[in-house]
Design a protein around this ligand. Structure first.
Ligand code: IMP
Ligand code: MG
Length: 179
């Protein structure tokens, strides 16, 4: 399907993101101090740049793993099932986990991911999301750490895409359609 022309207006600068990532990493390091080996789980694909920057600022021994789930897209209510497209490689039973998400929008994806992880009996599970759109929430789910709260705008950049575009933008911008 062809995409209508759009512009991207900067919302959060690369510098502001870097400063926030550093601050989040300091809090996360403090929280998990003493954990044997934290498993940092990146939710593909939108979190790949965020997780890369975040783990390099953590002063903790970590393992990195990835999980990719299908988004429910425009599916009807009844088929709003989230399926695993790429599962974790490692075992997480008894482990401390940090789930890293790009954006919490309705909260449905994160809710399903947390339910899936819980069936595997980890020890502790915390969530760090780069962006949060609280006004869009449909299910009750919370992240212990949020990078930035943003308004109800469609955003791209820093790993986040619009139809697979704009992931490599260094900052975060809002999509504005031109007609
Ligand atoms: P949720 O299940 O509605 O919370 O949706 C979360 C997922 O939808 C995010 O992880 C993103 O992959 C995607 N998403 C939500 N808002 C945006 C956006 O503004 N830009 C790009 N992707 C988004
Ligand atoms: Mg996502």
């Amino acid at each position: 399907m062809p995409i209508e022309p759009y512009a991207v207006d900067q919302l959060i600068s690369a510098k502001a993101i870097a400063a926030r990532v550093e601050a989040l990493a300091a809090e996360i390091t403090e929280h998990f101090r003493g954990t044997d080996k934290l498993v940092v789980i990146g939710l593909l694909r939108g979190s790949f740049i965020f997780i890369a920057d975040l783990v390099r600022e953590l002063d903790l021994p970590v393992e990195v793993d990835f999980l990719e789930v299908s988004s429910y897209g425009n599916a009807t209510e009844s088929s709003r099932e989230v399926r695993i497209l790429k599962d974790l490689r490692g075992e997480i039973e008894g482990r401390d986990l940090l789930v890293v998400e790009d954006i919490i929008d309705t909260g449905r994806t994160l809710r399903h991911v947390l339910d899936i992880l819980a069936t595997r009996h980890p020890n502790r599970v915390e969530v760090c999301a780069l962006l949060d759109k609280p006004s869009r929430r449909e299910v009750d789910v919370k992240a212990r750490w949020i990078g930035f709260e943003i308004p109800d705008k469609f955003v791209v950049g820093y790993g986040i895409d619009y139809a697979q575009r704009n992931r490599t933008l260094p900052h975060i911008g809002a999509v504005r359609f031109l007609k």
